[in-house]
Design a protein around this ligand. Structure first.
Ligand SMILES: *Cc1c(COP(=O)(O)O)cnc(C)c1O
Length: 459
């Protein structure tokens, strides 16, 4: 019975749904897993089998599936005001969210513009940066800089500042030209070189460059490339020196993922060293507006995996560049669901969790992951075991005999160990919901080890 139900959903899905990030011809052999319901970190299929959502459903889920507090917040809002347009109207969930996020930057980023998803937030930041320079008489500043292997989404503008060949190459003829600069990826040990390259570019082209966009601390889609806060501090200084905006894309790394609410906080003067006791409330003492990026983007985790929402935070200076009685000097961008009250209510419920000590809980959870995965460091098949807060990753050792379609095989084998996980190339990573205890950490480490054994052994 349940087997028949599963197959029926698979057949109908392949016929009617065009799945994302999927070669549909291959999906005939590897059909999508029909999920019936979610509870905490677990997803259940129609046979009642369960899978631990180790990648938080593409990095969006923070507190597990069907979280009571988030659900209640959305249900309450649904019965009060599901939606109203944000041009000419306003509403309490949007205002509260904007005020609370501004406060978390100590007021440095006090102006919030809403988008619909991560890519639209990137588009908004690129447009606002260019338009603010244009309004200030510097229309020549219209080029953008991104990092090697950086990822900022897949709409035409966002893809132009993305350096991931598999997403980009087919559309290359359509894209504006961006500058791609060396990444400070810790595995390469080239932070100083990467900064030299950035300085040389900004020195030569600053009259034409509007902004640099980066993923702070962890380049996610690159395969969880991690780097030090010192790079971001130096980049902030370079952007200030050459009058170039700095866009911090925290779509993946924001909302407590790396140990602080904003990853950027780890670059601020007086910030606790990485991994150590991160401050509970933000607005680190000693930090001034000039220590923050010019734009900071959130999406993914901001609604805890319940509603699509993104937002762009920016400075008084950028905001002031649009201030005029002339309509066309304003930022006339909009999306139909801009500032959707249901999504804002969910985001406020997420912030409630952080107001109630979530970062301290994450610190303990990250330590449990560290401990459970530590033995992998001695596994000869594994290289670069690394972690930043609630992101843990390792690569297949280059000397391990190559396994064709490793990521797909790992994903399928892991399902037999009650684990839902999607490696990126040769990188296995965990970005779990913030629901880890010592037993869950051991379960994850055991399941990953068993899957690795199976995939490499069968090769
Ligand atoms: C996921 C992601 C995006 C794009 O977000 P979508 O909601 O998928 O459009 C942009 N930047 C980063 C760093 C991301 O991880």
């Amino acid at each position: 019975m349940s087997e028949a139900v599963r197959q029926d959903w698979q057949r109908r899905s392949l016929a009617a749904v065009w799945h994302p990030c999927t070669q549909m011809a291959r999906a005939q052999d590897v059909p999508p897993l029909p999920i019936a319901r979610g509870e905490g970190p677990w997803l259940f299929d129609h046979d009642g089998r369960r899978y631990f959502d180790a990648n938080s459903s593409w990095w969006v889920n923070l507190f597990g599936h069907a979280d009571r507090a988030l659900n209640d917040a959305i249900k309450h809002q649904l019965d009060t005001l599901p939606h109203v347009m944000l041009a000419g109207c306003t509403h309490e969930p949007a205002v509260r969210l904007a005020e609370r996020l501004s406060a978390r930057t100590g007021g440095a980023l006090g102006h919030l513009f809403f988008g619909s998803d991560g890519a639209s937030a990137v588009e908004i930041a690129l447009k606002q940066s260019f338009h603010s320079w244009r309004n200030r008489g510097r229309a020549d500043k219209r080029e953008f800089v991104c990092l090697k292997n950086g990822y900022h989404g897949e709409t035409i503008g966002a893809l132009a500042v993305t350096d991931v060949a598999i997403f980009r190459d087919a559309y290359d003829p359509l894209l504006m030209r961006s500058h791609i600069v060396a990444s400070p990826d810790q595995r390469l040990g080239n932070e100083a070189q990467a900064l030299d390259e950035m300085r040389a570019l900004l020195a030569a082209r600053h009259d034409h460059i509007a902004a640099v966009i980066v993923e702070p601390l962890v380049q996610g889609a690159a395969g969880m490339s991690m780097y030090a806060p010192s790079y971001l501090k130096a980049l902030r200084a370079l952007c200030t020196e050459f009058s170039v905006h700095l866009i911090a894309d925290e779509i993946a790394v924001g909302c407590g993922r790396t140990g602080t609410f904003f990853a950027w906080e780890q670059t601020l003067p007086g910030a606790a060293p990485a991994g150590a006791g991160a401050s509970q409330t933000s607005g680190t003492p000693g930090a001034g507006p000039g220590d923050w990026p010019d734009f900071l983007l959130l999406s993914k985790g901001i609604t805890g995996g319940t509603m699509p929402l993104s937002l762009v935070l920016t400075t008084d200076e950028v905001y002031a560049a649009f201030w005029s009685q002339d309509v066309t000097r304003g930022f006339l961008h909009s999306h139909s669901y801009t500032g959707n009250p249901l999504a804002c209510a969910a985001a406020n419920a997420v912030l409630d969790r952080f107001d109630a000590g979530q970062l301290a809980r994450n610190q303990q959870q990250a330590a449990w992951l560290t401990e459970a995965f530590a033995p992998l460091a001695d596994d000869a098949r594994v290289a670069h075991l690394r972690q930043r807060g609630m992101i843990l990753a390792f690569d297949l050792h280059p000397k391990t005999p190559p396994v064709e379609r490793f990521a797909e095989k790992f994903h399928l084998a892991a399902r037999r160990h009650e684990l839902l996980i999607r490696p990126i190339g040769q990188t296995v990573y965990l970005m779990p919901p913030y629901l880890i205890d010592a037993a869950a950490a051991r379960f994850l480490a055991d399941a990953v080890r068993a899957t690795l054994q199976e995939v490499l052994h069968a090769a």
